[in-house]
Design a protein around this ligand. Structure first.
Ligand code: ATP
Length: 398
C-alpha cells in the first residue's frame, strides 16, 4: 500500500452501486480495472466534517500542528506514518483515526479471516477513499433471521468468529470500541462464510488514543467504563460481545429502558436479568458466560483468548436443537427496528449540511422515532458539532 498523490481512484477502480451508508461515510462497490478477472472491492468514502485549513486548491488537507514535520500533509499521507492523531485538527481526527487503525491492522493483523482487510487508500476532493475487502454475505443478524434453522451451536460459532477477530486486534493493542452486529459482515453468501469485524472508525490504537473519539448512536453495546469515561480497555469490547451474545440467545438486548439516561444507569449498575420464560431452554453455561462478559468490573470479564477456550464457545456443550421460534421472531423485530434507526442516523447526518430546522424535524418525524432514538440522534449531533459544525446543533436544539 503506497501513497502517491497523483493516483486517482477512478483510474484504477470502476465505482458502482452503494452498499451502505454510515454516520460519516458512503460505501460503494468497486471493480479493479486493470485485472482480467473481476476483482470486487468495497470503497468507503469518508466525508470531511468542516474545513480545517487554508487550501486554495480545494483538495482536502489535514493541518499538521507544530512538531518537527510542520507544514500540511494530506490525510492519506498519514498512512505513511508521519502524522499522529494528536497532531491533526479535531475535524480530521475521526477520519484520520480510521486510517491509522487500518494501517496498524494491515501491518500486524492482515490477512485474518475475521478482520476486514484494507487494500489501498486514495484521497481527492470528495474525501478519503478506503479500498476494503468486499463483504457480500450480509450483516450478522440479517443472515440469522433469514435462515430456517437456528441453534445454540450456530450462535456459539458466530461469537467464536468475533472473538477470534478481537483476539487478533487486541494482541496488537487495538480496541474496536464500536462492536455491534451491524459492524459484523459475512464475507460471502456461502453457508460457511467467515464473519468479518469491520468499521474501525472509533477504534483506538494505544499510542494514538484520543478523547476526541467518542460515542455515537445506540448505547446498547457500550460498556459501563466507557459510559463513565473511565479507562477503556480491550475488555470493553468483551462487554459489547456479551451484549451481542445475549441478543443472539434471546432476541432482545439486556438493557431496556424508556430513556437513554435510565438505560445508562442500568448499564453502569450491570442491571440485567435472564427472564425465565425466554431463557429456560438455554444452556446454563451460556448464561454464566454472558454474566461474566457483562461484569461491571472489566477485570472479571474473560479476554478474547479465554473466550476461545470456553467449552460453550468451542461448541462442545452448546445445544444443537432448533431454538424457540419466538427468539428468532423477536430477533427479527429487533433487527428491523435497529436498521430503521441506522438509516435515520445516516440519512439525517447526510442531509444536515443542507437542510434547515423544519425540514430536519420533519425528517425525524417521518421516521417515527422513539424518545430514546431522538436522544441518540442528539448525542450524535453533539459529537458532530463538537467537531466544528455549530450551526447544526442549534438547528437540532431549536
Ligand atoms: P458508523 O455510522 O456505524 O460509524 P461508518 O460511517 O463507519 O458507520 P461503516 O459502518 O463502515 O460506516 O459502513 C456503512 C455500511 O456500509 C455498513 O453498514 C455496510 O452495510 C456497508 N459496508 C461497509 N463496509 C463494507 C464492506 N467492506 N463490504 C460490504 N459492505 C460494507
Amino acid at each position: 500500500m503506497k501513497h502517491d498523490e497523483t493516483r486517482r481512484l477512478s483510474d484504477e477502480y470502476e465505482v458502482s452501486n452503494i452498499l451502505g451508508r454510515g454516520g460519516f461515510s458512503v460505501v460503494r462497490k468497486g471493480t479493479k480495472k486493470s485485472s482480467s478477472e473481476k476483482i470486487h472491492v468495497a470503497i468507503k468514502t469518508l466525508r470531511r466534517v468542516g474545513t480545517t485549513s487554508n487550501n486554495p486548491s480545494g483538495t482536502p488537507r489535514t493541518k499538521v500542528g507544530g512538531g518537527d514535520e510542520g507544514g500540511e500533509k494530506s490525510i492519506a499521507a498519514s498512512i505513511m506514518g508521519f502524522t499522529t492523531l494528536r497532531q491533526v485538527s479535531v475535524s480530521d481526527a475521526l477520519l484520520t483515526n480510521e486510517i491509522l487503525v487500518m494501517r496498524k491492522i494491515v501491518e500486524n493483523v492482515s490477512p485474518h479471516p475475521n478482520v476486514i482487510d484494507l487494500y489501498d487508500v486514495y484521497e481527492d476532493s470528495n474525501g478519503v477513499h478506503l479500498v476494503l475487502e468486499l463483504c457480500s454475505g450480509g450483516e450478522l443478524f440479517d443472515r440469522i433471521v433469514a435462515q430456517d434453522r437456528y441453534t445454540e451451536t450456530e450462535a456459539a460459532a458466530v461469537v467464536r468468529q468475533i472473538a477470534a477477530g478481537l483476539e487478533a486486534i487486541h494482541k496488537v493493542n487495538i480496541i474496536h470500541r464500536d462492536l455491534k452486529p451491524e459492524n459484523c459482515l459475512f464475507l460471502d453468501v456461502k453457508k460457511d462464510s467467515p464473519l468479518k469485524i469491520m468499521d474501525f472508525g472509533l477504534s483506538s490504537v494505544e499510542e494514538f488514543t484520543d478523547p476526541v473519539v467518542g460515542l455515537f448512536g445506540s448505547i446498547d453495546y457500550v460498556s459501563p467504563e466507557a459510559l463513565s469515561q473511565g479507562k477503556i480497555t480491550t475488555k470493553s469490547d468483551m462487554w459489547s460481545l456479551g451484549v451481542i451474545l445475549y441478543i443472539l440467545l434471546s432476541g432482545y438486548p439486556p438493557f431496556i429502558a424508556q430513556t437513554n439516561r435510565q438505560k445508562q444507569q442500568m448499564i453502569m449498575n450491570g442491571n440485567f436479568s435472564f427472564y425465565e420464560k425466554t431463557w429456560k431452554g438455554i444452556t446454563q453455561a451460556a448464561k454464566q458466560l454472558i454474566s461474566s462478559l457483562l461484569s461491571v468490573d472489566p477485570s472479571r470479564r474473560p479476554s478474547a483468548q479465554q473466550l476461545l477456550n470456553h467449552p460453550w464457545i468451542r461448541g462442545d456443550i452448546a445445544k444443537d436443537d432448533q431454538m424457540d421460534p419466538e427468539i428468532v421472531s423477536r430477533l427479527q423485530t429487533f433487527n428491523a427496528r435497529r436498521k430503521l434507526r441506522v438509516a435515520a442516523i445516516a440519512s439525517v447526518w447526510s442531509t444536515t449540511m443542507f437542510l434547515r430546522t423544519k425540514k430536519l424535524k420533519s425528517l425525524i418525524g417521518s421516521y417515527d422515532l422513539k424518545e430514546e432514538e431522538i436522544e441518540n440522534l442528539r448525542i450524535h449531533f453533539k459529537k458532530i458539532c463538537a467537531n466544528g459544525d455549530n450551526a447544526t446543533l442549534s438547528e437540532f436544539e431549536e
